[in-house]
Write a protein that binds this ligand. Structure first.
Ligand SMILES: *[C@@H]1O[C@H](CO)[C@@H](O)[C@H](O)[C@H]1NC(C)=O
Ligand SMILES: *[C@@H]1O[C@H](CO)[C@@H](O)[C@H](O)[C@H]1NC(C)=O
Length: 548
């Protein structure tokens, strides 16, 4: 047991005597499964597509990967920093259902890049390093193993390394920031102006340590973008390039963005048919002040154990701070289909960066946003594989969370280091997947997967359930699949559609009616995972295609 973990465990015991109910005293929730010992590349970036394939990207400039390209293909890249002729893959397509993978050919360096999925389901991947810094890369999903990356040279106006993307209500994608880029731009480019200044990014750029990279970007319910960088946030009207709101500095004023990598989510959006939807952002963990520079001197400061929660739609928004059971830097925050937040991966000390993290935090934590303060965190069962810098996690259609990556080295390094490069994939199954809940678990039987639905449409979902169903405990939820890298899931979004009414069909079948979101401001057009949840237990999702 590490000293920080021991300390937080003691603290949690102390708290448990004063606060009831107490969840985080026992670490019993969830289970782990090793899916693949090696997929050949380390999962620095991951995106789930609507055919249940996960696109995994590493970077191209660390030499050969552990997976050959098919048919003797090689990439000839005179600009590559390490290998001019490289016959190995740096991207793979992982098929969740068959638990198999195939090599993809990426032409340019995707290191620390960003991405988003368009309304028609294509992954538009942006930027990176060196010859990849201005690239747009497009991946159109296919089921026959023939699709691959198509690249657009000079697709970006300026180099974007450590930027953040978001899909917009009008269907375009915004690309924000990146190293030494205090601006944003769009893809595709539909206006004469190609580049928009964002002084907020230079204002939050600490000299010495650029603690504002990979800004946390969330589409607010009013159509503006909430952008958090370093220790503060703005609400940006990106159309008119006006800052419409400035949020208070997060208490403690420590930086939460790369390399002080904390993580952030937009909490589940509820009552979305009402005119006044509230939106809250939760930011957790990060490297403590000075952790980046200290770790370069082999001093590994304990990671932050605080979360800040703020109602971004409030007229006078204020941060409310909470304490996690453990400190965590480089964690990932994943919205689960039961409306809770999984905090997973990362380290208890140090910083993001090469060899700069220590004390892997092997136990995920579940945060229950609707519980009373003091009883929201619950420690989960640990994995055995440290997931340090360059690790990732994404939600799958069946409710499991796919976990991969971890490569805190400049090159793939498998021996002689504290945290070897990880080529493995694991799945974390939250407790809701436990077979003990099978009798209350809904199974969606209609419509079938891939149904197109329209804004404001009322739709019946037929499900079966072997045990008795409590009608008031049935809700329908939508989850947007995210592009995850560097502890942040770009485009992550969960909407609670609720339950208009339910009809008992008989023989264990039920129809629940839900209304699709009223507008693309609340849910940009595209593919969503739709879950029916009963008593907190989610079904396997179906993909729906939300269209205008
Ligand atoms: C990857 O390849 C290297 C070099 O061939 C080898 O030493 C290493 O064991 C491989 N690692 C895995 C996890 O397959
Ligand atoms: C971080 O540390 C620096 C140097 O010690 C100090 O000047 C600064 O005020 C600290 N910032 C915070 C938010 O504590």
């Amino acid at each position: 047991m590490s000293s920080t973990f021991a300390l937080s465990f003691l603290l949690s015991l102390l708290l448990c005597f004063t606060l009831q109910p107490c969840f985080f005293i026992s670490a019993t929730g969830g289970s782990w499964e090793l899916l693949q010992k090696s997929v050949g590349v380390s999962a620095m970036h991951m995106q789930l597509l609507n055919n249940d394939r996960v696109i995994i990207l590493d970077r191209t400039d660390y030499g050969p990967s552990n997976l050959s390209l098919p048919n003797g293909e090689c990439r000839n890249d005179p600009n590559d920093k390490t290998l001019k002729v490289d016959c190995t893959a740096h991207s793979v397509e992982y098929d969740v259902q068959s638990n198999t993978f195939r090599a993809l050919m990426v032409q340019t360096n995707t290191w620390c890049s960003s991405g988003a999925v368009t309304a028609d389901g294509r992954l538009i991947q942006t930027g990176g390093f060196n010859d990849g810094e201005k690239r747009i890369r497009i991946f159109t999903p296919c089921n026959d193993g023939t699709c691959d990356w198509v690249e657009v040279p000079n697709g970006l106006a300026v180099p974007r390394w450590y930027a953040c993307d978001h899909i917009l209500p009008d269907g375009r994608q915004i690309i924000i920031g990146g190293r030494k880029q205090f601006s944003y731009e769009f893809y595709p480019k539909t206006t004469a102006q190609k580049l928009f200044n964002l002084p907020f990014l230079s204002d939050t750029n600490d000299p010495g340590v650029e603690n504002n990279l990979y800004p946390f970007v969330h589409l607010n319910v009013d159509g503006n973008l909430f952008i958090f960088a370093n220790n503060r946030a703005i609400l940006l009207d990106y159309v008119n390039n006006i800052v419409v709101k400035t949020y208070p500095v997060i208490p403690g004023a420590e930086a939460r963005n790369y390399p002080s990598s904390g993580s952030a989510v937009l909490l589940p959006l509820k009552n979305i048919q009402a005119g006044d939807v509230e939106a809250e952002v939760l930011i957790c963990g990060g490297g403590s002040n000075g952790s980046y520079t200290q770790s370069l001197k082999n001093i590994f400061l304990p990671a932050l154990d605080t979360c800040g929660r703020i109602k971004i739609t409030d007229s006078d928004p204020q941060w409310v701070m909470e304490t996690m059971p453990q400190g965590r830097v480089m964690g990932d925050m994943i919205l689960l289909p039961d409306g809770n937040v999984l905090i997973i991966n990362g380290a208890g000390a140090g910083s993001a960066g090469w060899e700069q993290g220590r004390e892997p935090v092997l136990s995920p934590v579940i945060y229950r946003p609707d519980n009373l303060m003091g009883s929201r965190f619950e420690i989960q069962n640990p994995t055995t594989i440290p997931r340090m810098y360059h690790s990732t996690a994404v939600l799958l259609r069946d409710g499991r969370v796919l976990v991969g990556g971890s490569n805190p080295h400049a090159y793939d390094t498998f021996t002689g280091v504290l945290f070897p490069t990880e080529l493995s994939l694991e799945a974390f199954s939250p407790d809701y997947l436990n077979t003990q809940f099978d009798n209350i678990r809904p199974t969606i039987v209609a419509p079938v997967n891939q149904r197109t639905l329209f804004y404001g449409q009322k739709q019946k979902f037929r499900f079966s359930c072997t045990g008795p169903v409590i009608q008031s405990e049935v809700v329908v939820m939508l989850v947007a699949p995210s592009f995850t890298t560097h502890s942040f899931s770009q485009n992550q979004r969960l909407l609670v559609l609720g339950n208009n009414r339910m009809v008992v069909i008989g023989n264990g079948f039920y129809d629940v009616e839900a209304t699709m979101p009223p507008s693309p401001v609340l849910a940009p057009s595209g593919f969503y995972l739709l879950y029916v949840i009963h008593q907190g237990i989610p079904s396997q999702a179906i993909w729906i295609h939300l269209q205008r």
